[in-house]
Design a protein around this ligand. Structure first.
Ligand code: NAP
Length: 464
């Protein structure tokens, strides 16, 4: 209908999820040449999703993107609705009734499983749980990781696997001044892990680690890195892959692995990188003690090589295992979901209910749209694309929607308090004060009641 997107009739959009893709979608809407009111819903009282809960505490530069998000939040047509979850506090039907459009930006927080026997043994964990635990995610604050074990295995060849290895191996004094949670700091300070096996099913040419991350991991003080020499002998297809200009990252990784020093002086602990190995069984009496790795062969043409079992197996002793084989999104009540890919079905960001059937007014962006790939900045282009499709649809959107005022009065009747952006700033200020008292950038609250208490001034910045 004509007129939507003007001062008299602003476009009212709800975005669900306040990680990078949600904030970038808000930014794109607020920068568009229309008048849009943007309400950003977040199930936790605190914003920023994976920037707060995924980025490793020793990589603070990656978190500086929150300055951009703060600017977005300062826009007069923006509101933050923290502590409001789709499916818990508000339904998909209610959002559709209140907003011209809804953008789902809920990310991908579930882990993928290995699907092998023994995966439920004590000592076997999702990397995402470990990451959530050291970063203070309320869903992970009561987890326990037995770091009295000497041998840990990390399965996967991506940057999350590297983060897990690095946090396990980093000298504790280099973590003390970060915003890592106190419970993680205490456990890591007492850690007895002295051998980490990083295990991946394909070769160094196919590993997804970025060079910077691999280089940092291979130069941690006190650790020597070892690779089986045969893993660095490439087949013709892998050589062809690395000769491609787009594969400079893989070529640099290989060069680094070929030049590893035999041992750092004084290195007492060992990081072993294993390529073309896949765990096929995890064993132990109640808790993990051993695993079987099957040697993998690379099969298929260059750029499409897959890992295939060779039938040749090796045994390894280990008391801890982290699977880091990718994330997946979760289904949202009342919305379509593709179980296979763990994403919302869509075309160019428009949510689909069938192969050709769009769900009017519903859009998707970020990891729940394209799967868990790319860096934080990748989400900006992704959200710009989704918002462009939404704006194309403007003439067909149903104009009569109450928007923010309607949602606010709906939520007033619900039991949970809504945390606005100012209340989040109060939480953040207390976290910083608690951190300063310990020489850290922040001491995050890891429980929702404590976040809520800080938001309304009931918790001070004194160290607990
Ligand atoms: P990822 O980069 O996609 O890596 C997943 C790894 O799991 C791949 O090596 C994959 O091997 C392996 N895998 C999948 N299924 C497997 C199975 N059944 N058995 C054995 N291995 C399996 O994912 P991620 O590490 O979770 O990272 C997610 C995204 O966040 C990535 O884009 C990453 O770059 C980004 N990230 C960036 C940073 C940073 O910039 N510092 C830090 C953390 C994360 P195949 O290749 O053989 O499938």
């Amino acid at each position: 209908m004509g007129g939507l997107g003007t001062a008299l009739s602003p476009l009212r959009v709800a975005i669900v999820g306040s990680g990078p893709s949600g904030f970038y979608a808000a930014e794109a809407l607020l920068q568009a040449p229309i008048v849009a009111e943007v309400d950003l819903l977040e199930r936790l009282p605190v914003p920023y999703g994976l920037v707060r809960f995924g980025v490793a505490p020793d990589h603070p530069k990656l978190k500086s993107v929150t300055q951009v998000f703060e600017q977005v939040a300062g826009h007069e047509r923006f509101r933050f609705f923290g502590n409001v979850a789709l499916g818990r506090d508000v339904s998909a039907a209610e959002l559709a009734a209140h907003y011209h459009a809804v953008i789902v930006a809920t990310g991908a927080s579930e882990d993928r499983k290995l699907g092998i026997p023994g995966e439920r043994l004590a000592g076997v964990h999702a990397a995402s749980d470990f990451v959530g635990w050291y970063n203070g995610h309320p869903d992970c604050s009561d987890l326990h990781f037995d770091l009295s074990q000497e041998v840990a295995v990390v399965v996967g060849q991506g940057n999350v696997a590297i983060d897990v290895c690095r946090i396990l191996a980093k000298p504790i004094d280099e973590l003390r001044a970060t915003d890592i949670t106190e419970h993680a700091l205490e456990a890591l300070a007492a850690s007895r892990v002295r051998h980490i096996h990083l295990v991946g099913r394909r070769g160094p040419a196919q590993a997804k680690f970025t060079h910077k991350e691999l280089r940092e991991l291979c130069s941690l003080p006190g650790w020597r890195t070892v690779v089986e020499p045969e893993a660095l002998v490439l087949n013709d297809e892998s050589r062809a892959e690395l000769a491609h200009p787009d594969q400079a990252n893989g070529a640099r990784n290989l060069e680094l692995l070929r030049r590893l020093e035999p041992a750092h002086a004084g290195a007492e602990k060992t990081l072993s990188l294993h390529f073309q190995r896949a765990p096929v069984a995890l064993r132990g009496d109640g808790r993990l003690q051993r695993l079987t790795l099957e040697v993998q062969r690379l099969a298929g043409p260059a750029f499409q090589q897959r890992a295939e079992p060779s039938g040749h197996c090796l045994e390894m002793a280990a008391g801890l295992l982290f699977r880091s084989v990718g994330y997946r999104g979760s289904a949202l009540p009342g919305l379509p979901f593709d179980e296979r890919s763990g994403t919302l079905p869509h075309r160019d960001g428009r949510v689909l209910t069938g192969p050709q059937q769009a769900l009017p007014g519903w859009y998707v962006t970020g990891w729940i749209k394209r799967g868990p790939t790319g860096i934080i900045g990748t989400n900006r282009a992704d959200s710009v694309e989704t918002v462009a499709r939404l704006l194309e649809d403007l003439p067909s959107l149903d104009a009569a929607k109450p928007g923010r005022a309607g949602l606010s009065s709906l939520l007033e009747g619900r039991p949970r308090p809504v945390i606005g952006f100012e209340a989040w700033r109060a939480i953040e200020a207390v976290e910083r004060q608690r951190g300063a008292a310990r020489g850290k950038t922040a001491e995050k609250f890891v429980r929702i009641p404590d976040m809520l208490a800080a938001a309304d001034g009931r918790l001070s910045g004194a160290a607990p």
